[in-house]
Design a protein around this ligand. Sequence first.
Ligand SMILES: *[C@@H]1O[C@H](CO)[C@@H](O)[C@H](O)[C@H]1NC(C)=O
Length: 241
Amino acid sequence: MAASTRLGPKVLLLVHLGVFSWYLFTIWSNCSLQTADRHPGLRSYGGRWKYLTFINLVMHAVFFGLCVLVDAVHSAVSVKQSRSGTPLNLSRARDFYFTVLAFPVGTFVFVSFWTLYTYDRELVYPKLLDEIIPIWLNHAMHTVIMPLLLLQMFLQNHRYPSRTAGIFSLAVFVALYLSWVLWVHHASGIWVYPIMAHLSPVGLCVFLGGASLSMAPLYLLGEKLSLMMWSSTGNQKKKKK
Ligand SMILES: *[C@@H]1O[C@H](CO)[C@@H](O)[C@H](O)[C@H]1NC(C)=O
């Protein structure tokens, strides 16, 4: 197998364990803070699972958990010098997960949150939340996700699927999440994001359509960045199947 990582399996395992623990800690902090009485959104239908931010946190936790697993298997296997049937499949799953879900969705959360926040924070993260939620936790959920994705991209060369397969899989995820958001509104009358209550039906279509369509460029951005980080190493050429 061509080298597709900048660190040895043991160090990589440590790094991934660290990031994985960080995500578990962030999720735990999010869930354990007693805010339900002052944060109406969390008590209502769907709880935190209606927010893309939270789903993204869980997805990233699962992703880095998968990395830990792959590293652990790799270091065990390289000791025994055995053929790598299972690890290869596992690392393919990890690459697919990263390229199709973790990177585009994480980048979307980062970009859309901070764009709306800068435009008018009341639309996404009302000022009163500052009294309830520590600043570091806000950054853990919306900011730190980005450097961690870039770090992961830098440390390992992820194989991108074909563009059709990649963008199609991402579109399936987007369609599922959109259906969930619309279902929450249908079932409980609430809009997941405050901004949606301010929009006309046409505005809503433009907003949701625009948000969904912006996923494809983010996917391509990931592909491009990954290529830039890895093309100079010569791995791209050696790695041809
Ligand atoms: C936890 O995450 C949800 C979903 O993103 C968010 O609405 C809520 O404000 C967060 N709560 C805390 C205490 O971080």
